[in-house]
Design a protein around this ligand. Structure first.
Ligand code: KG4
Ligand code: ZN
Length: 355
């Protein structure tokens, strides 16, 4: 089955052709990073307009690189949510029109589930139960996946996502956008032991995460030490490199400690670490050490598949299409889409956190 995947939930316009859920024939990503950089973050209106301009050429390039024509596509999988509404609508409307014109099946995919499937291409098949840490600019969750397609949130951030914390700290220090790769690079030359920041955890006994306290601690430290944010072109000082390393260590250890603690409880057969922050080598090394201690494999996507892409959406789409799921003409973008589908009844009426 040849699936055309389409992703436009945030600031990447992406299309991919995937055969039978495992083989990527093409994966094209038009990143908008340069467009949003001057604003230090994604500007939703600019993002939607750029998706409109890019969706057609990106899909065409994905078909060309896969050496297929439109009529060879068997089905379409498109990101339905969560994300920015204007951005999502571009992909969803395009996908609906494409599927309707060719009279082929369409499925709407949860973007976070896409990240879970980003490990499906370059690793052995996932064995269930699995434990999946999904860390990106918009999301930080650990899902227990008892079987394929079933998800229960066992840890979540109470405030900022981990990638968002990287981006905000980077902005605070005048380092640029997106913050993750810049902080990672500086951290390589920094001393992580120089400052001990509080671990980004919740103290009420739940295995949840919190990054806003860490961000405040960094901000306070910057003021107390009189650290000046860099101006354009300034070389980063050793003080800033040490700060980057200390901050990165605080984020990575909170994520991996929580993952490991939950793995000890839940006995997964596979660990999955995915999402934009999974590009981070310190996180990968730390998760690998944890996996070794636990005696289970940990799967990561390659860097191309860690940040937003459409191959992962097609990968998730394959599972849903095989299950006979089909979107009808009423399907539309849904920014409130949630992935948890196990034990949801118990959660009704309880506090809702960002997922
Ligand atoms: O998955 P993604 O492309 O978009 C969302 O769905 O949010 O993730 C983007 C996020 C950004 O916050 C970025 O700073 C972070 O991933 N990121 C990193 C690294 N590369 C990207 N964070 C830490 N270390 C990295 N090397
Ligand atoms: Zn994402």
């Amino acid at each position: 089955m040849l699936i055309l995947g389409i992703e436009s939930s945030c600031d990447e316009t992406a299309a991919a052709v995937v055969r039978d859920g495992r083989e990527i024939l093409s994966s094209v990503i038009a990143s908008q990073i340069d467009l949003h950089r001057p604003w230090g973050g994604v500007v939703p209106e600019l993002a939607s307009r750029e998706h409109l301009a890019k969706i057609e050429p990106v899909v065409q390039q994905a078909l060309d690189e896969a050496r297929i024509s439109r009529t060879d596509v068997d089905a379409i999988a498109v990101t339905q949510g969560p994300g920015l509404i204007g951005s999502l609508l571009v992909g969803v409307c395009y996908a609906k029109a494409f599927a309707w014109a060719l009279d082929i099946p369409l499925v709407g995919i949860n973007h976070i589930e896409g990240h879970v499937y980003s490990v499906a291409f370059e690793n052995p098949a996932v064995e269930y139960p699995a434990l999946a840490l999904i860390v990106s600019g918009g999301h930080t969750n650990i899902f227990h996946v008892p079987e394929e397609g079933k998800y229960k949130i066992v840890s979540r951030t109470r405030d900022d996502a981990a990638g968002e914390a990287f981006d905000k700290v980077s902005k605070m220090l005048g380092l640029g956008y997106p913050g993750g790769p810049i902080i990672e690079k500086l951290a390589l030359e920094g001393d992580a032991g120089r400052t001990k920041f509080p671990r980004a955890k919740i103290s009420d006994g739940r295995p949840d995460l919190s990054f806003s306290g860490l961000k405040t601690a960094v901000s306070r430290f910057v003021k107390e030490q009189g650290i000046e944010p860099l101006q354009n072109g300034d070389a980063p000082t050793q003080e800033i490199k040490d700060l980057a390393a200390s901050f990165q260590t605080a984020v990575v250890s909170a994520l991996v400690d929580t993952l490991e603690k939950l793995a000890v409880e839940l006995h997964p057969k596979t660990l999955i670490v995915a999402g934009g922050v999974a590009c981070n080598t310190a996180l990968r090394l730390s998760a690998e050490s944890a996996a070794e201690r636990l005696g289970v494999p940990v799967y990561f996507p390659s860097k191309h598949l860690s940040t937003d892409n459409a191959a992962m959406i097609a990968g998730a789409g394959y599972f849903h299409l095989r299950n006979g799921e089909r979107a009808d003409e009423t399907m539309t973008a849904d920014i409130t889409l949630r992935l948890q589908n196990v034990d949801v009844e118990q959660l009704k009426g309880k506090a809702r956190y960002r997922t």
